[in-house]
Design a protein around this ligand. Structure first.
Ligand code: SF4
Ligand code: SF4
Length: 211
């Protein structure tokens, strides 16, 4: 026999219908103070959607070495390298990334692929607002991951980019000598924003050239 306590639950629910909402619309809308009605600045080390970078002359940084795919704990990167055509190379290396895919249904944004890449070809933007209505959209191809001619991420129809978002990439950690200099062996530090094209030297490189 019900003791009527479930009715008390309905009463509580009914009363709540007339109280102010404690949440707000994520985009637009009239939100309460502190509610997420607009994007907040992301932390420097925030990991978002990847990009495949180019050098300033347009050459692709990826050399198709597959180290990122090998280190990925989620097994969500698929790379196939191929030899560059000497007459029209895609990258400065002997080989380039012929096929490059990331499956975002599996990626955990650990950044190990970024750490493993010897040419800083793959980095992460801070974009996390992207959702899909089918599985094939969740698998980003090389054409989608490559930065555009302006060196910025492509903005795909299912991604929510706001002004300035495309200027930012995540900071990341080098676990080994940052300058390739033996004096910095074992030095672990966070590198700043990578940006696109040729990036600024890291602190140890500056110290190395000064000293
Ligand atoms: S961030 Fe981590 S899980 Fe995602 S592709 Fe890179 S290594 Fe794999
Ligand atoms: S993104 Fe970097 S680690 Fe991955 S295949 Fe290209 S060069 Fe190698």
């Amino acid at each position: 026999m019900a003791d009527g306590s479930y009715l008390k639950g309905f009463v509580v629910t009914f009363k709540k219908l007339f109280e102010d909402r404690v949440t707000g619309d994520y985009r637009g809308g009239k939100a309460k103070e502190g509610a997420p009605d607009e994007k907040r600045a992301k932390p420097e080390r925030f990991h978002g959607r990847h990009v495949l970078n180019r050098y300033e002359d347009g050459m692709e940084k990826c050399i198709g070495c597959e180290l990122c795919a090998g280190v990925c704990p989620a097994k969500c990167i698929y790379v196939r390298g191929a030899d560059n055509d000497p007459a029209a190379p895609a990258s400065p290396g002997e080989r380039f990334g012929y096929v490059y895919e990331i499956n975002y249904l599996r990626c955990i944004h650990c950044d190990l692929c970024v750490e493993a890449c010897p040419t800083q070809a793959i980095t992460e933007s801070k974009l996390f607002e992207f959702s899909f209505t089918n599985r094939s959209d969740a698998i980003y191809t090389k054409d989608e991951l490559l930065v555009g001619d302006n060196g910025k991420p492509q903005q795909l129809p299912w991604e929510d980019w706001r002004p300035g978002d495309d200027e930012l990439t995540s900071g990341w950690m080098r676990a080994t000598s940052p300058a390739g200099d033996h004096r910095y062996e074992g030095v672990v530090h966070w590198a700043g924003e990578l940006g696109y094209g040729v990036r600024d030297p890291e602190p140890a490189q500056e110290e190395s050239s000064d000293g």
